[in-house]
Design a protein around this ligand. Structure first.
Ligand code: HPA
Length: 276
């Protein structure tokens, strides 16, 4: 991880928006970008302008940061994420988390598109992430210890903060949207899983599979942010559904599910707004 670039990115954003005091962060995964429409946006900046961030290179990822507000809760919304499978290392994945911490944010919500593994999952379901399995075979905290990420050996007992899980459950009720809970397993991608891998991951306790979120959750938890995670189940995992997986299917499902994604997050932000 390039700490000079992390620092440069945070300094750039603080200079660009000196009045920004985000208490919350929101990282929007594949197909989630349109959620930003539920917020009032004060300003945006393209990822390409932020040192070290590069351009989000995946369809369904807008690739910009919005300084926004909803229910009086000031939020940095990262519309689209960089992925490890892009071969860009950890720096652009860590920049949003590092920046949020540098700006004084306390909470980050991570969203993604995922394949459903558990029997009761259906495309279009929304799943609160209660825990994860890191199947990347590596870890964003590998390397020289830096105190920005807390202790050398961060505890992983509650990566997804219990308060965040409860608040998401309440937000689902308030929005009238049923939410399930489950364990999210992430591998590097860019290949989808094989049916044999999916069978194996099921026995490990995975309820959904994807290619993101876990590194950000590890970093944010280590940095002392409270983490909440929400997956949109866009397809059944390989071997469970009979048709081939495609990114088009992923973005089609998020498009159809968008009204529910927006209303859950709006209800969540209103809870935070009321608590302020
Ligand atoms: N596997 C991995 N990543 C995904 C999937 C999947 O089935 N669906 C959406 N992202």
């Amino acid at each position: 991880m390039n700490y000079e670039l992390l620092e440069e990115a945070a300094t750039y954003l603080q200079g660009l928006w000196p009045d920004a005091k985000p208490t919350h962060g929101l990282i929007l995964g594949s197909g989630w970008s349109e959620v930003v429409d539920a917020f009032t946006v004060k300003a945006t900046v393209a990822y390409g302008e932020i040192p070290g961030m590069g351009k989000a290179g995946v369809v369904g990822h807008a690739g910009k940061l919005a300084w926004a507000e909803l229910a009086g809760v000031e939020t940095f919304i990262f519309q689209g994420r960089r992925h490890y499978y892009e071969g860009v290392g950890w720096t652009p994945i860590a920049i949003p988390i590092y920046t949020l911490r540098a700006c004084g944010a306390r909470i980050v919500v991570l969203t993604n598109a995922a394949g459903g593994v558990r029997d009761d999952m259906q495309p279009g379901d929304l799943m609160i992430i209660t825990d994860h399995i890191n199947n990347f075979g590596t870890n964003p905290l590998l390397g020289e210890h830096n105190v920005a990420w807390g202790p050398r050996f961060p505890d992983q007992s509650n990566v997804y903060h219990p308060e965040g899980i409860t608040l998401l459950q309440r937000a689902g009720e308030a929005a009238g949207v049923p939410l399930s809970t489950g364990v999210y397993l992430a591998s590097t991608g860019p290949t989808y899983e094989t049916p044999a891998e999916v069978r194996a991951y099921r026995t490990w306790g995975a309820d959904a599979v994807g290619m993101s979120t876990v590194p950000e959750a590890i970093l944010a938890n280590a940095a002392g942010l409270k983490v909440a995670g929400l997956s949109c189940i866009t397809n059944l995992a390989a071997g469970i559904q009979q048709t081939a997986l495609s990114h088009e299917e992923v973005t089609d499902t998020t498009k159809q599910t968008m009204p529910r994604m927006k209303s859950v997050l709006t209800a969540l932000w209103k809870e935070w707004g009321n608590a302020q």
